[in-house]
Write a protein that binds this ligand. Structure first.
Ligand code: PGA
Length: 225
């Protein structure tokens, strides 16, 4: 537990950079699982600062984003594709080919195969070294909403009402928030070698307490951590 969001973000950024540098020395890639939303914004700012001011290259970094709305075009201001490029990828030197974000434009008929491929790509990359997570008011991690199985893998999910309500302002109205998303599963997340769940502000206190104190239950997917 850290004193505030800035300290927590700096702590996590340092852990990530130490891992990147350690892997660089061994000529290896560092695989990061990345999250979106308001929570990791300070973390991404700090990573950009370290890249620019401390001249740390991220060329050996491979990324897999947790989720993406579905359907959504990459060029939408609300897509996680846009979010990640604006808030991190544009400002660091991760090769574009190393960046993976679930594709909100994929044709529905190819979705199942696409999700299987996403899992295979993570596996071929050697698995996730560090996974960053936020937590939603629904208890979701990624977009694994209540009801998600501990054994779930990357798939299409129906978004919880609370999650859509929380996104309503950004989308200028609940009716504009997509009903579906593609998300890594709980099992995908649990396979990461290290996981940092970040949660800031009083609004998250209740769900964080539930996530920490309840027995593992599909009612609050974060309890599987
Ligand atoms: P937030 O979202 O960072 O915008 O609060 C977290 C989440 O839904 O996982």
């Amino acid at each position: 537990m850290c004193k505030n969001a800035t300290d927590a973000s700096k702590f996590v950024a340092t852990q990530i950079v130490l891992q990147i540098v350690e892997k660089q020395k061994k000529g290896q890639t560092c695989v990061l699982g990345l999250a979106t939303g308001s929570t990791p914004l300070t973390l991404y700012k700090e990573l950009i600062r370290i890249h620019k001011e401390e001249k740390i290259s991220f060329k050996n970094v491979v990324t897999f984003n947790l989720d993406e709305y579905y359907p959504i075009s990459k060029s939408s201001p609300h897509s996680y594709y846009t979010y990640m490029h604006n808030n991190l990828f544009k400002h660091v030197d991760i090769p574009e080919a190393n960046i993976h974000i679930p594709d909100g434009e994929i044709d529905k008929s190819h979705l199942q195969e696409y999700c299987r491929q996403y899992e295979s790509l993570i596996e071929s990359a050697g698995g996730i070294d560090i996974q960053i997570l936020g937590i939603g008011r629904s208890g979701h991690i990624g977009f694994n909403e209540p009801g998600s199985s501990q054994h779930s893998l990357t798939r299409l999910v129906y978004l919880d009402k609370k999650t859509r309500e929380d996104a309503a302002d950004t989308f200028s109205g609940l009716e504009n928030v997509p009903q579906f998303a593609i998300t890594m599963g709980i099992d995908t997340i649990l396979q990461a070698r290290r996981i940092f769940l970040m949660a800031f502000s009083e609004g998250k206190a209740k769900i964080v307490a539930e996530a920490c104190e309840s027995n593992p239950t599909t009612e609050c997917p974060a309890t599987f951590l």
